[in-house]
Design a protein around this ligand. Sequence first.
Ligand SMILES: Cc1nc(NNC(=O)[C@H](CC2CCCC2)CN(O)CO)c(F)c(N2CCN3CCOC[C@@H]3C2)n1
Ligand code: NI
Length: 183
Amino acid sequence: MITMKDIVREGYPTLTESAAPVEMPPNKEDQETLTDMLTFIQNSQDPEISEKYELRPGVGLAAPQLGLSKRMMAVHFEDLNGNSYSDGYYNPKIISHSVEQTYISTGEGCLSVDREVPGIVPRHMRITIKAINLNGEPVKLRLKGYAAVVFQHEIDHLNGIMFYDHINKNDPFKTPDGAKPCD
Ligand SMILES: Cc1nc(NNC(=O)[C@H](CC2CCCC2)CN(O)CO)c(F)c(N2CCN3CCOC[C@@H]3C2)n1
Ligand code: NI
């Protein structure tokens, strides 16, 4: 099972490089890795398991955070409208997005960043994503608000981008014009 020791931290090269597409159809090893990533996120939200294995809570994970420069990510969360997302994705691609932006009012954190980095992380309010899911099915997801933020954070990892790269350096708490918080 994946635990915190398997998660690479800032400074590890895969966190700042662009990951390679996963060969389709996925081989056994990639399927096992992606399944383990989804299980980690679920475990991290389980009071007993997370305490026993000292897991930091998470709603998403990207393969570069395991030192694997592959375009794979997994999410497990319920958005504020009660829509739940729990799946792994190969080669996710944002095919369109809104001009309108949003952000999590309390800022973002990252399991690969062992420090608080205060500030607003502006994200697209709406995104449309194409990907192959854990079952090997092509999916098209239209996401808005909190769900859109989570997926953008994970897809950023596949492009070597960290959440703090989006924080305004001169005024970290400046909210982008017209942007509304998603939480
Ligand atoms: C928002 C949030 N971020 C948590 N951590 N950070 C992460 O997930 C990082 C990814 C998120 C950072 C901002 C957007 C994506 C991990 N990242 O590094 C992967 O790239 C949480 F843990 C969390 N929740 C709320 C829901 N709660 C349900 C019950 O269980 C606890 C859980 C806690 N919400
Ligand atoms: Ni992260």
